[in-house]
Design a protein around this ligand. Structure first.
Ligand code: NAD
Length: 338
């Protein structure tokens, strides 16, 4: 079976990470026909937009995509390509598993959390304007339908993956309408899942609790902005952004990408860690039901990290991106007996 997968290397460190990740994925032997398409700051001049229409067309056709990070200018300039892709393709669930990896230096050894982030609305909708020169407004959009969809996704994920608890993250004490609606919907949805424990936490307290007692939590369901922030907190609990994978899921289309951004200061240096993108590819292989390949690739990443000879700077090593990708590929082949 040959899978067609849209591949968006992205910009900044994205292209070098994607080269390393492809080498590792190809070592699984799963036959993938990569549909390479360009997006991001580097293609602005060529296409007049950071998100050329052929990117969306390709993803709609292959239904599965993997993506490197894409830079979003701060304060002005074009809107986020990442947000546009999620919205345009209705990839409403952003799944970000956070698991401790032996050999990765971090404060905890037994973190096992999953952040489920709503991916289409909230302050991320980008509905904002200047009221006058000295005042600006941003509109926080929360709808019952999108809240229900993401909460059901979180509870179904918990049930299907043997998880015990879903925690809803909110700030409904202050934002009584918007976060109040999200919380009300979460509590209603929870009634349909008596087998899954349900609770809620105010977002600031949630951050503190995660840093102090991550073992108390399991699946976290969050509106878009809190999910963005909380998933970086979670990445910090297991050793940083270099090891944090993610998936953007809709009903028919899935786009896999790491939690981290384009780390532009390291672009072109063959320095950053390909693990987060390779682990995003593990999520992709699971989605494609290529379980043996997925688990071998994940085991290979863990083995390379524990061995410590071919790891990048953030893991205490001096290997480059490509060297680490090749080491993962070699170990994957060994594990699969190839
Ligand atoms: P960033 O995630 O790019 O980098 C922050 C720091 O984390 C880096 O300086 C580096 O120290 C570390 N880091 C990140 N990825 C790493 C890796 N693979 N290996 C080792 N260390 C790694 O965050 P930022 O600097 O805030 O954002 C840079 C750009 O990326 C911005 O334009 C932002 O909008 C964009 N961004 C894109 C995405 C995406 O494509 N989905 C996500 C987040 C940020």
């Amino acid at each position: 079976m040959m899978y067609r997968v849209t591949c968006i290397p992205g910009d900044g460190t994205g292209p070098e990470l994607m080269t390393a990740a492809k080498v590792a994925v190809e070592a699984t032997g799963v036959a993938i026909d990569w549909m390479d398409v360009e997006a991001g700051t580097d293609v602005m001049e060529k296409y007049g937009t950071p998100l050329p229409p052929q990117v969306i067309e390709s993803i709609r056709s292959t239904r599965v995509a993997i993506k490197g990070p894409i830079t979003t200018p701060v304060g002005s300039g074009f809107r986020s390509v990442n947000v546009a892709l999620r919205k345009e393709l209705d990839l409403y669930a952003n799944l970000r598993p956070t698991v401790s990896i032996p050999g990765v230096r971090s404060r905890y050894e037994d973190v096992d959390l999953v952040v489920v982030r709503e991916n289409t609305e909230d302050l991320y909708a980008g509905v904002e304007h200047m009221v006058c020169r000295d005042a600006a407004e941003s509109i926080k959009i929360i709808t019952r339908s999108a809240s229900e969809r993401i909460c059901r996704f979180a509870f179904n994920y918990a049930r299907d993956n043997g998880r015990r608890k879903v925690t809803t993250v909110h700030k409904a004490n202050i934002m009584k309408c918007t976060d109040g609606l999200f919380l009300e919907v979460a509590r209603d949805v929870a009634k349909d899942y008596p087998d899954i424990e349900s609770e809620d936490r105010i977002v600031d307290n949630m951050c503190m609790q995660l840093v102090q007692k991550p073992e108390l939590y399991d699946v976290l369901v969050c509106p878009n902005l809190y999910g963005d922030i909380i998933s970086d907190v979670c990445a910090g609990l297991v050793g940083g952004l270099g090891v944090a994978p993610g998936a953007n899921l809709g009903d028919e289309i899935a786009l896999f990408e790491p939690v981290h951004g384009s780390a532009p200061k390291y672009a072109g240096q063959d320095k950053v860690n390909p693990t987060a993108l390779i682990m995003s590819a593990v999520l992709m292989l699971r989605y494609l039901d290529e379980k043996r390949a997925a688990e071998a690739l994940l085991a290979a990443v863990k083995d390379v990290i524990v061995a410590g000879r071919h790891v990048t700077y953030d893991l205490g090593g001096s290997a480059g991106t490509q060297e680490m990708g090749r080491a993962v590929a070699e170990r994957t082949r060994e594990l699969l007996g190839g």
